[in-house]
Structures are given as C-alpha cells and as structure tokens.
Ligand binder design. Sequence first.
Ligand code: NAD
Length: 486
Amino acid sequence: MTSSVEVDRPVVELRIGAERLTVASGGVHQHIDPATGRHDVDVPLAGVAEVERAVQVAHQAYLTWRCTKPTERRRMLTRLGDLIEEHAADFARLAALDNGAPVAAAAAMIPVAVDWTRYYAGWADKITSDVIGSHRANGEFSYTLAQPWGVIGAIITWNGPLVSLAMKVPAALAAGNTVVVKPSELTPFTAGLFTDLAAEAGIPDGVINVVTGGPEAGAALVEHPLVKKVSFTGGPATARKILRSCADLIKPAVLELGGKSGNIVFADGDLDAACGMGTMMSVGILSGQGCAFPTRMIVERSVYDEVIERVRTYAGFMKVGNPFAEGTIAGPIVSEQSLNRIMGLIDRARADGARLITGGGRVGGDLADGFYLEPTVFADVDPASELAQTEVFGPVLSIIPFDGDDQAIEIANSTPYGLSGYIFTTNLRRAHRVAEELETGEVLINGAANLLANRPFGGIGISGMGKEGGRQGLDEFLRVKSVSMA
Ligand code: NAD
C-alpha cells in the first residue's frame, strides 16, 4: 500500500449516548485528504441542537458514573488502554487518513495514548481527600472531599487526535466526570473508534459523547451551563474566545495552546543528539505540526556553523511522502489553507533577511496535488523577527546564534509563548541553572522524552494554563470541598 487513495474510510457519526448520527444541524464539512488534495468524506457537523442533547445525555450519565465504584472505573479504563493497544494498527491508519500523519509516526504515538489511559486508570481508585483537624485539637472536625465537576467540555485539535483524547478523557473519567468531546472537523475519524472501544471496555453510553463539529459546536459546548469545566487544546486565538465565554459564566478552563520552543545547544553538548532530535522534531515528524516541538535552535556561536551543516544533512534524510508509503518521515500539511499560511511565513522570512539553508518550497512531482512542503531550515534568524516569534506549525526551523548563557536564556524567553524548553549541555550546573531560568511549562535536557503520562504538561504565557499529565492533570478534573463539623 503506497497511497491513501485505496484505503477505506469509516462513516463519520456523532455519538450521543447510544445514538449514532450521520446528519446534524450544523451542516457538512467536506473532508479533504491532505495526501492527495481530494475530497474523501462528508463530515456531519454538530449544531447547537446536537450539543444541547449531548450535554444533557452526559449530565444524566454523570449522575450514575460519579457513583460507580472506583475499582470498576479503573477496570474499565484499564481495559480501554488494552483495547487501544490491540487496535494500534487501526489507529495509525485512521491518523494517516485524518491528518496525513505517516503511518509509522502515528504508530509510534499509540503507546503514548495507551500509557496515558493506563496511568489515569490507575488513579481512579486512589483519589483521596484530607482530614484537616480532629475535634479534640480544634473544637471542629474538618475534612475535604475531592469531587468531580460534572460534564467536561473537551475541545481538541487535529494534530494528534488519539493522543489528545488520551490526555483528556481517561483523567476526566477516572475522577468521576463525563465528557462531551468536540474533535476538529479536519480529523473526524479517530474519535469514533475510541468511543467504540470505550463501549467495548464497559464504559456506559453517555459517559463519552462525541460531537464532531466546527467553531459553532465548540462555542455552544463552552457556553452550556451544564458544562462545568472546559478542557481545550488548540491555538491562542480560539482560547481567547473561549476565555471570554468562560468569563461570562465564571467557568474554569484548562488551555493547552501553542508553542515556539527554544532548543539551546551549548558547545559542550552532544551535537549529534541535539541536531538529530532538533531536526527530526521540527521539520520531520508530523511535518512540524506539533505544539511542543523545538522550532528555534539557539546555538552557541563557537559551534554555530558546524550545527548548521549537521542540520542541513539531517534535513536531507527527512523523506517527504504519502503517509502510507514506506519510509515516509514527513507527510503532508493538514490543509491547503495551512500550507498557504506557512508559505507566506517562509516568503516573508526570506524577505526579512533570514538565510535559507534548505527547503522553502512546495513539493512537486507525484506529490504536487497533496499539501506537501519541503523540510525548511533558516539560519541567522533575528530573534525579534516574525519567523522567530510566530508559531509556524509546519516544517520550518529557525537557527539563531548566541554568545554566553545569559543571552541564550534571554533569546529563549523572548517570545510570548512558554510551552517547552530544550537544553543540550554536559555541564550539570549549567543545565540546572538554565532549566530554572526558562519561562516554560517544562524543560527537557539532553533529549529527555516528551509527553510522559506521569509528568505534568502545560504551558505558561500564551501557551496556556493548567496541566495535563501526572497528579496535577487529575486535579484539574476534581474540585475540592471543605466540610467542617462543630
Ligand atoms: P484552533 O484553535 O483553530 O482549533 C482548535 C479546536 O477549537 C477545534 O476543534 C476547533 O473547531 C475549535 N474551535 C474553533 N473556534 C472555536 C470557538 N469559537 N469556540 C470553541 N471551539 C472552537 O487550533 P488548530 O489550528 O486546530 O490547532 C493548532 C493549534 O493547537 C496550535 O497553536 C498548536 O500549537 C495547538 N496545540 C496545542 C497542544 C498542547 O497540548 N499544548 C497540542 C496540539 C496542538
């Protein structure tokens, strides 16, 4: 199999309790296969009516789910993790159809989703509260209750639909909430299989509902009074709109937004690892369409030229191709609109005086109809320029020189984002000092892995607020009540 044209697509349905809808009041989105540029399926879009029904169903399900024995919730979520693992090949295929992620890259992300699901399954029967004081000591006996919020509105983006689901849904359910998920209309396929497997794992109808839709459905979900908390993954512009709606209702929201993460490469660092990882994770895997990717390589001047040459070589290994073709590392950009936006940024970076090292154009030949971009690397990028300050969400790496640790930190911290920070150095004192100074939600040193389930993830600044992962990710789905008896 070398092309997505021959692969069958599942029917896209909204899932509201036990109901399956192929027609909805929000109209239809014509899904375009980014690998070929061809229309493949019509996606039914939820309107206000379907969101209303889904939230009501989720609320009814919540009244039972919150009372389900924690050990039962653990058993079902553990089973869901097992089923995701068993269906790894199906999920990888759906990801390729959804957004053009190469099958191999998508397959590598399935264990991440399995880990997150199992990790939060394990929390389901370990949620405890505190005893604050005894009657004898205070004259009052006080304790807390960690309780679910109710219905969670989960709005996700298109770049990793399964991982996004796994980062939100198991934690919400483990804590006793139910969810209405709004996937992106650009990636309609994955959530259906996820919901089917949840049902097979024994999770009752109505606990997970899926309203495929666009901005209208997202806004209706945020505004619904029975949605007690919003968990959003997407861009800062949408997050601002969500926050405005939340402000009216005084509703809390977790916001996992974009990034422009710096990768500081010191001369004493492992340059092979720094350049290999830095190139793969900016212009290779997912074609740069990842929020936490190290898209600014900030390089100590004494090794600057050497690093540029290494990155040029690595970029040449990033084979661009159809997601189903063997050996493809970088698939297409998700949509023609995104591709044109990225091309605009590339053109303006050239005009701004950044030095193009490789790439810079749309891929032609057999791939001309799909939305493919060459892995693109710029050097001598001005840290204040549009390219250095804007999240590209495409295969474009900026290389920037620095002199001295303080300047490296200053450049790394010079964008309004604050999602991830990367450091390559063999000097431990420097590694810990710089890690402390970076204004980011996480710091990964010498190639440490992204997205571990047991570690909190989430940015600061316009990268968002709140956490997914670890105990903190669970706490986002619990509200604490204090109880006192005189
Ligand atoms: P987006 O903000 O345009 O859309 C995200 C989701 O919000 C979609 O489901 C969309 O339909 C919905 N939406 C749009 N308007 C809405 C509204 N008014 N109210 C409610 N929902 C609405 O983002 P995108 O372009 O799909 O995704 C790219 C962005 O997501 C990038 O900035 C990327 O960095 C970020 N992202 C962040 C993470 C993370 O965990 N931090 C992970 C992946 C992607």
